[in-house]
Design a protein around this ligand. Structure first.
Ligand code: SF4
Length: 207
């Protein structure tokens, strides 16, 4: 389903009613500028596993501001990656995307490890969540459906996970040792100890 500017306005309003700061950027370049303005120079920033962040090249933007960036994708092995994930959870900012955002303002995410959904709600002082227009969904059911059919399969392929969704694009709610859907989190309001900003971008980003 294609979403109109009215739907975006409705979503921004719904997020604000839930105590979450919400803004809109027309395109990737505008999104980069907004993120740059939100993050203080020389602060610490954790990044969640996020194709959106990579597509926006935010790491280099943050490094150019003198920030110290913790991104587990740079860890050489599981041990190193977990150490970086823990540092990211204690950074000043945490930047990631959301697997889906409902028009009534709920952020829906499914994680394999859980560090991303954990860091979005507690640890950092401020979470900045960037959501491409392709991740807007009508309701919770369509949010989960989008994650299972549009996010998990390409993610599984990217990570070389041998899951049914990687092979067929369909989700049989597998019990594979490679399963990626271990933690489902729905953010329905601003968590008590973290500031939260959602930035909707009027372009397709991530999956
Ligand atoms: S439960 Fe398994 S098959 Fe379904 S989306 Fe998750 S990893 Fe893929």
């Amino acid at each position: 389903m294609a979403f109109s500017k009215d739907d975006v306005e409705k979503t921004l309003k719904a997020l604000k009613a839930r105590g979450i700061e919400a803004g809109y950027a027309d395109n990737a370049e505008q999104a980069r500028k907004k993120v740059s303005a939100m993050v203080s120079d020389k602060s610490t920033v954790g990044i969640g596993g996020s194709i959106t962040v990579r597509e926006l090249d935010l790491e280099n933007l943050l490094l150019s501001k003198g920030c110290i960036v913790f991104w587990h994708w740079h860890g050489a092995n599981q041990e190193e990656q977990d150490a970086i994930r823990r540092r990211a959870m204690n950074a000043d900012y945490y930047i990631c995307s959301s697997n889906a955002l409902t028009v009534d303002g709920r952020l829906v995410n499914i994680d394999g490890t859980g560090n991303r959904v954990g860091s979005m709600v507690f640890g950092p002082r401020r979470a900045i969540i960037i959501v491409g227009i392709n991740k807007l969904t009508e309701n919770l059911d369509t949010a989960i459906e989008r994650i299972k059919t549009e996010a998990c399969p390409p993610n599984a392929r990217r990570l070389n996970r041998k899951t049914p969704c990687a092979e067929t694009g369909q989700c049989p709610d597998c019990r594979s040792p490679h399963r990626m859907c271990n933690v489902t989190a729905i953010i329905e309001g601003k968590p008590g100890s973290i500031d939260m900003d959602v930035l909707i971008v009027g372009e397709e980003l991530g999956y």
